[in-house]
Design a protein around this ligand. Structure first.
Ligand code: GLY
Ligand code: MN
Ligand code: MN
Length: 436
């Protein structure tokens, strides 16, 4: 993404912050896996959204109307020795030239420089509680000013949660963001197709995960957006199963929930298919219920409908389906009211999707479900899970776990399924697997 996109975002944020205010954002900390082995570094989404700056040990300050520039980036200095070990740094010059900062200072000087930038400011926009260590720094900087109040230094009177404004901005995707999300979804869909074709009884779940990763990386995604779930048979009934260590069995279903991250944007796709390429009668019956529920839910994605409309549509189709196959008994309305589907469908039908897989943004406004608007992006992912031993359910349904998940953009007239390249009709899946 070019620097203009980030600049536009900062301008929009500043319009909402108003004068005499400042926003402070820390970069994500480096996290250690063990001793001196680091986890792969991924920039904090809020920080990246406003800066496009990928390095750790950085702090962005946004100060509307500041004479010497409104966007200040504290970051690491260039350092030949460190760069030999861990790679190039932008330094202060790079921060200005390549990342469009108006002004940049070494991160090591922040305690001397930043408090001065808070002088005369009424409101500090900052998200407390995410990085407790950094919270302490912010408190320290403000206290530092307080101590000088008798010398006439004006200290900020108000702390405002930055995430309220920022997360509402992030909820509405620009054309740049939609392009990245479509690409992430296309890569992921290709990976799901490869996984379907590679699947054979006897393979380990992680060997199928390897096929997903192969496509992610060859197609331009450096990392998955979240830990891939590759669960065969009973493991498909564990919602966040990520061990992926078991061997796949002939006659079982395989549930794969995996999505690539592309240019900091997530995709999140689930497909469920038979390990041997052919759905059994029982599997097909339940699969069709989930698919019908998902299609009904997607139909509800349109401007003017509210957040919960897709979920309600899915619940209705799912409950009727469970009545039709004899898993539930009773009247549709009563069973929905009693949430009789919940032992088999215990999660909600989706979540916002964006830079984070479970993306930011409120689902309710003043206690009412939020209305859908163009530019919002969400998943639609109903599922049915019947582990072995489920009381009152015929054995023929046991160890069937099914989820079907797509990434859906709200458009002016309705919806656009970004992940539509991953087949989900029974015939389409069997045909693709048959070509392997
Ligand atoms: N991949 C996690 C989810 O579907 O919400
Ligand atoms: Mn999801
Ligand atoms: Mn998912």
């Amino acid at each position: 993404m070019n620097t203009q996109e980030f600049d536009r975002r900062r301008q929009r944020l500043m319009e909402q912050m108003g004068d005499n205010s400042v926003a402070i954002l820390p970069a994500a900390p480096v996290r250690f896996r063990n001793r001196d082995v680091e986890h792969h570094y991924r920039q904090d989404s809020d920080f990246y959204y406003l800066t496009g700056f990928p390095e750790p040990e950085a702090v962005a300050l946004i100060k509307p109307g500041r004479e010497h520039g409104e966007y200040i980036l504290f970051c690491r200095e260039r350092d030949r020795d460190s760069e030999i070990w861990t790679g190039a740094r932008a330094g202060q010059e790079g921060a200005v030239e390549d990342y469009a900062a108006d002004d940049s200072f070494p991160i090591d000087d922040i305690d001397e420089i930043l408090p001065g930038m808070l002088e005369g400011v009424d409101r500090v926009f900052y998200t407390m509680g995410i990085q407790p260590d950094f919270d302490q720094h912010v408190i320290h900087w403000v206290n530092h000013l307080r101590k000088q109040s008798r010398a006439g230094v004006h200290t900020p009177g108000e702390f405002v949660a930055l995430d309220h404004i920022l997360h509402d901005m992030r909820l509405f995707k620009s054309s740049h963001e939609i392009k990245a999300m479509r690409k992430a979804a296309q890569i992921s869909a290709a990976a799901h197709c490869r996984a379907m074709q590679a699947c054979k009884p006897g393979k380990k779940e992680y060997q199928i995960e390897a096929e997903l990763l192969h496509t992610f990386m060859t197609e331009g995604s450096r990392f998955p957006a979240y830990a891939s779930i590759v669960g065969g048979g009973a493991n498909a009934c564990i919602l966040h199963y990520t061990d992926n260590t078991d061997a796949l069995k002939n006659g079982d279903l395989l549930l794969i929930d995996a999505g690539a991250e592309f240019d900091y944007y997530a995709s999140d796709i689930t497909r469920t298919f038979p390990v041997n390429g052919k759905f059994s009668k029982a599997q097909a019956e339940l699969y069709q219920i989930v698919l019908d529920a998902q299609l009904a839910a997607i139909e509800q994605v349109k401007p003017g409908n509210h957040w919960n409309d897709p979920h309600e549509a899915a619940v209705k189709v799912m409950t009727q389906g469970l009545i039709d196959v004899g898993i539930l008994n009773g009247k549709l309305d009563t069973l929905i009211k009693k949430e009789a589907y919940k032992p088999y469908y215990m999660h909600r039908t989706g979540h916002w999707l964006g830079m984070d897989v479970h993306d930011v943004g409120d689902y309710k406004i003043e206690d009412e479900w939020r209305l859908l608007e163009p530019g919002m992006t969400m998943t639609v992912e109903p599922g049915l899970y019947i582990p072995a031993g489920t009381k009152g359910v015929d054995k023929k349904w046991w160890d069937i776990g099914i989820r079907i998940e797509d990434d859906v953009l709200v458009t002016k007239d309705g919806y656009d399924v970004l992940s539509c390249d991953a087949p989900k009709e029974i015939a389409a899946i069997e045909s693709l697997m048959g070509q392997a």
